[in-house]
Design a protein. Sequence first.
Length: 327
Amino acid sequence: MASTYRRVTGGERPEAVIHRGHFEWIAAHHLRDALERSVLPSRTLRGCGVAGLRAKSDANRISKNNWSDFPVGELMAKAFAWFESASGLANFFGIATPVAGILFAIRKKIFKTKTVGFSMSELAGNIARSQKPINSKLVGKIAFVDDDISDFPIAELKKAGYQISTYKQVSLSDVSSLATYDVIFLDIKGIVKDDPEEGGLKLLTSLRRINPNQKICAVSNKQYDVLATKFFEQADDVAKKPMTAHKCSDLIDQFLSEKFDIAQIERLINFELDSLDKARRADFISSVNGLIESQKDPRSTLMLDRSSYPKLYEATIDLVRIYRHVA
């Protein structure tokens, strides 16, 4: 039986503790039934010896007593003590098969629980309880896309601690990289080399599709027309150039406060998770837990299709970034 024990357990007795619940009650119930049904009662009591009687007694005891202190290793030891005391192939196949199945299920359940890690709500709760406040200036990334950058107080904003990037002209093919910014100030004309007249509107529409969580401020010094109306309608806010440092910082602070609202991020993620099937949800949660324990780029590592789940994707990226910041 020693060789059987090594084959089943790998030579080690797991020290995980079975917790109270329906699953554990079923395990004890079937173990006790297997021991009681193995042979005729009278012959069992005479032939199984002291070890077998103790194993059977313990099977009764663990099915009734407090589960919180009963380790899996002890359960396995009792089961195999019974095997060693019983005789014949009938006893072995009558007891070993169901008990081995039960123990395997227990090990599988415990292993699965350990690998899942934190839920999204637990991660959000850890951030909310953190003693370190969220410094949105350090976390947030802001871009200004305008053919006349002098209309914005860039030097003052950088001096105030904001993470600023500027672009005088871009291509429509740059939309994916621009979509990674938390806040973007976007002009309507003259900023897209591919389409100087309507490129701003096309770019804004693409940004909305790729990253619906991004905050966009539409800026212009032109007169309102049909094109400008469509452009402004898709933005989160509208501003007329030139902009003062006070106006810019107020808008940026408001945008970042909304985007990094942990309660809102948690609600959005949990709502969007309902659209994933069980397997994808498990892969997704496992991927997020791996990201919070490493410094890997979340955008290239997160196991989620960005184009299919843009809101969930971007909210999760924000959650990981904030978690790393306050950790």
